[in-house]
Design a protein around this ligand. Structure first.
Ligand code: PLP
Length: 214
């Protein structure tokens, strides 16, 4: 359990730590909770809902995995942030469900930065279109920033370049929008969070380095 060390590292760099608890039982989450962690990330809607039911109510749950339209209604009341919005449709649906329950949900647009085909996410062009679109109508969502997953490779230079290009795009969008709320860059996992932070990440999603391998 390297939680205290990782937490200290993130605090020193002023980076928000999302502890990724997917596949881990409630008792292990409680251990990390008791050390002060309040933000936990899950990638599956059912699992997130079960855990949010069982665990302390002051936990902030972040959905970090792909979200299907038919699960939006269930998940919206349980989360404070969704990292994985990857279509205009999904954005609208999250807005509508959040509106119904009188809440505003923070969302990140997931950008495809890896070379692998399998990763979800928007191209920078698609994200630009969304950001330049009719967002005024989507009053119950707040686009807080971007999320990206680097290639799963031992080639550090490639990983670094992917993070760097996302940071460049993030800065572009931020300057263009001049919107103070657009301030979160979620990049970095157990294997690459130090590189991600060096390249400008301010939110990391760390699972196995905290909870052990899955
Ligand atoms: C599982 C997962 C993580 C954490 O992965 P680790 O390598 O265990 O740190 C981060 N982000 C997403 C989107 C994930 O699905």
């Amino acid at each position: 359990m390297d939680y205290p060390e990782i937490k200290k590292y993130c605090d020193e760099k002023q980076v928000t730590l999302v502890a990724v608890s997917k596949t881990k039982p409630a008792e292990e989450i409680l251990t990390v909770y008791s050390m002060g962690q309040r933000i936990f990330g899950e990638n599956k809607v059912q699992e997130l809902l079960q855990k949010s039911d069982q665990l302390p109510k002051d936990i902030q749950w972040h959905l970090i995995g792909h979200l299907q339209s038919n699960k939006v209604k269930q998940v919206v009341p349980a989360v404070t942030m969704i990292h994985s919005v990857d279509s205009p449709n999904l954005l609208r649906e999250v807005h509508l469900e959040a509106k119904k329950i009188n809440r505003t949900i923070d969302v990140l647009l997931q950008i495809h930065i890896a070379q692998e085909e399998t990763k979800f996410g928007l191209s920078t062009e698609e994200a630009k279109e969304i950001m330049n679109g009719q967002l005024e109508n989507l009053t119950s969502i707040n686009i807080r920033g971007l999320m990206g997953i680097a290639s799963f490779t031992t080639n550090e230079e490639q990983v670094r370049n992917e993070f760097r290009s996302l940071k460049t795009f993030f800065d572009q969008m931020k300057n263009q929008k001049r919107n103070l709320d657009f301030s979160i860059l979620s990049m970095g996992m157990s294997g690459d969070y130090k590189i991600a932070i060096e390249e400008g990440s301010n939110m990391v999603r760390i699972g196995s380095a905290i909870f052990g391998s899955r």
